[in-house]
Design a protein around this ligand. Structure first.
Ligand code: XMP
Ligand code: MG
Length: 178
């Protein structure tokens, strides 16, 4: 695992089970509707890759890149679009695919931005959710795992761009960020 990680929080099989469960819920809810999956770069890359393949329905994909954290571990509340969607989402059933919701600041900004583009529907699927997310009024329909308030990396999640390619989710050893 290496000296920079403290422990494994969610292993590969747990992640696969969580993704399968989310896909089954989404499949059931979107029966008869074509989905547009909007992935939030870069963290949601792994969730998008696995979730989209676990769905049994037609789905298209688009991506947005926004910045809120810089290289640190605290949300700044300042959100900037680094890459916008390629296409118009008006009239489409949009499902935002997120890696993690922490303070919820990033997501609430993103949702109001997307809502102003008049999609037919707008829902959120996040792999992970931290306890602070409960403080914000966001309706997140699909949640993979509620996790403790620790900084996690792996399966798309980074610390200063490292650890994204880990196939599991682990907690960071304190010496890495303190
Ligand atoms: P907020 O606080 O706005 O944060 O909900 C959401 C974004 O912050 C990043 N984030 C993390 N990234 N490990 C990470 O690698 C974490 O534990 C963590 N918590 C928040 C992430 O980019 C997410 O989209
Ligand atoms: Mg990040």
């Amino acid at each position: 695992m290496g000296p920079d990680l403290e422990r494994v929080l969610l292993g590969q099989s747990e992640l696969a089970e969580g993704i399968a469960r989310l896909a089954a819920e989404i499949d059931a809810d979107y029966n008869g509707r074509e989905l547009l999956l909007v992935g939030v770069l870069k963290g949601a890359v792994m969730v998008m890759a696995d979730l989209s393949r676990a769905l049994h329905r037609p789905a298209t994909m688009d991506w947005m890149a926004i910045s809120s954290y810089g290289a640190g571990t605290k949300s700044s509340g300042v959100v900037r679009i680094l890459k916008d969607l390629d296409a118009d989402i008006a009239g489409q059933h949009v499902l935002v695919v997120e890696d993690i919701i922490d303070s919820g600041l990033t997501l609430s900004w993103l949702l109001s931005n997307l809502r102003s583009r008049n999609p037919a529907s707008l829902e959120v699927c996040t792999l992970l959710r931290k306890p602070d997310a409960a403080k914000v009024e966001i309706d997140v329909k699909y949640v993979g795992f509620d996790i403790p308030n620790e900084f996690v990396v792996g399966y798309g999640l980074d610390f200063a761009e490292r650890f994204r390619n880990l196939p599991f989710i682990g907690t960071l050893a304190p010496h890495v960020y303190s």
